[in-house]
Design a protein around this ligand. Structure first.
Ligand SMILES: O=C[C@H](O)[C@H](O)COP(=O)(O)O
Ligand SMILES: C=C(OP(=O)(O)O)C(=O)O
Length: 376
């Protein structure tokens, strides 16, 4: 044995003895404020809370077919630039008001991105976009953003990814999603069983519907699991179950699934499982091959079908931002200061002009459908 090896061995043993067998691969723990502390710092006024409750009721009514409008979940793939996101929200609020008789427009305010491998994981995880992972700042930024959008009168939608972050922001959200990569996860199904708003489950990335149908069943049931309470204490969480769960068709590696035949077949499977047959169709992701130009074509197809009286589509989802397309961005490799303002750094989005036209087409389709139903 060499002298170097003999002298380094005791130090390594000493470190191992200090932490025993625990957290061997954890570099650090940094405590975060509790959910109650963050809410006290950035509270929702009673008027905003009442508005959010009303928005959730409206979403529920559309999903149940009681409200004849179309639910439209639209907005950036991810919020990475708060100023551009708020500019988008201001424009969307005006269009939402214009079409409020036909469309229930809910803005995508997505702060957590599930990655296929690695990449920027969203504003909560890395608000500086530089790999510094200032999560406390990210939670504050997400909550402030949601409050600003709510003040414009717009309902908000988000994907819930980390099982702990909902405690910090979910009181400001009117519609939630579980993504294609986590629909099969028991942890996410349990989480949904306790969430206060309607939540959609995406079909899996391979196109599998059954995992989303199973997810709806699991999330509608009462669940008991480990989570945190308002003070951030590890707790046994017991939930009532979420009855406002539904399916989102987003296509899969086996191809798109937005056709009338796909919608009818999924509705049949949902009904047979005792679930809400009315569903949401995502015009993006594998239904558009992640092409923002193709997304507009899918929305056009859906509008034509709704206009023609097709039943079963309660809502649609589209990814849209101020500037069309997407720009490549990897923290550390690209400089955030050089990003094009208002353009996505995750999936490609429809630009604002096309979005406004698409929303008009959807509103016309709903008018046409109602007239046709009235005449029948
Ligand atoms: O909606 C966003 C993306 O499709 C999802 O986060 C996966 O992204 P990635 O495949 O680029 O990691
Ligand atoms: C990540 C998303 O979608 P999916 O889970 O369908 O890939 C999303 O809607 O942002």
């Amino acid at each position: 044995m060499s002298i170097t090896a003999e002298t380094t061995a005791p130090a390594a043993d000493h470190r191992a003895a200090d932490r025993g067998t625990n957290n061997v691969r954890v570099k650090d723990f940094s405590p975060l404020p509790s959910p109650a502390e963050l809410r006290a710092e950035l509270p929702a006024a009673p008027g905003l809370q009442a508005q959010i409750e009303r928005h959730r009721d409206e979403v529920r009514a559309v999903l149940d077919g009681v409200d004849p409008r179309l639910l439209v979940i639209v907005g950036p793939c991810s919020i990475h630039d708060v100023d551009a996101g708020l500019e988008y929200a201001a424009r969307l609020a005006r269009v939402a008001e214009r079409h409020r008789g036909e469309l229930l427009i809910v803005m995508r305010t997505y702060f957590e991105k599930p990655r296929t491998t690695v990449g920027w994981k969203g504003l909560i995880n890395d608000p500086q976009l530089d790999g510094s992972h200032r999560i406390e700042e990210g939670l504050r930024a997400a909550r402030s953003f949601l409050l600003r959008v709510a003040e414009l009168g717009l309902p908000t939608a988000t994907e819930f990814l980390e099982p702990i972050t909902p405690q910090y922001v979910a009181d400001l959200v009117s519609w939630g999603a579980i993504g294609a990569r986590t629909t099969e996860s028991q942890i996410h199904r349990q989480l949904v069983s306790g969430l206060s708003m309607p939540v959609g489950f995406k079909n899996g990335t391979a196109g599998d519907l059954q995992i989303a149908i199973d997810a709806c069943g699991a999330a509608a049931a009462e669940q008991s699991f480990v989570g945190i309470d308002d003070d951030g204490r590890a707790s046994l969480v017991s939930t009532r179950g979420n009855r406002d769960v539904h399916l989102i068709l987003r296509g899969g590696s086996d191809g798109p699934n937005y056709s009338a035949a796909h919608v009818a077949s999924a509705a049949g499977t949902l009904s047979a499982a005792g679930l809400n047959p009315r569903l949401i169709v995502d015009a993006s992701h594998a239904n558009s091959g992640k092409s923002h130009e193709r997304q507009a074509v899918v929305v056009e197809d859906l509008a034509a079908r709704i206009s023609g009286g097709e039943e079963g589509i309660a809502g649609i989802m589209a990814e849209s931002f101020l500037v069309p397309g997407a720009q490549k961005f990897t923290p550390g490799a690209h400089d955030p200061a050089t990003l094009v303002p208002g353009q996505s750094i995750t999936d490609a989005c429809m630009g604002w002009d096309v979005t406004e036209v698409s929303l008009g087409r959807l509103a016309d389709a709903v008018v046409h459908r109602s007239r046709a139903a009235g005449e029948a």
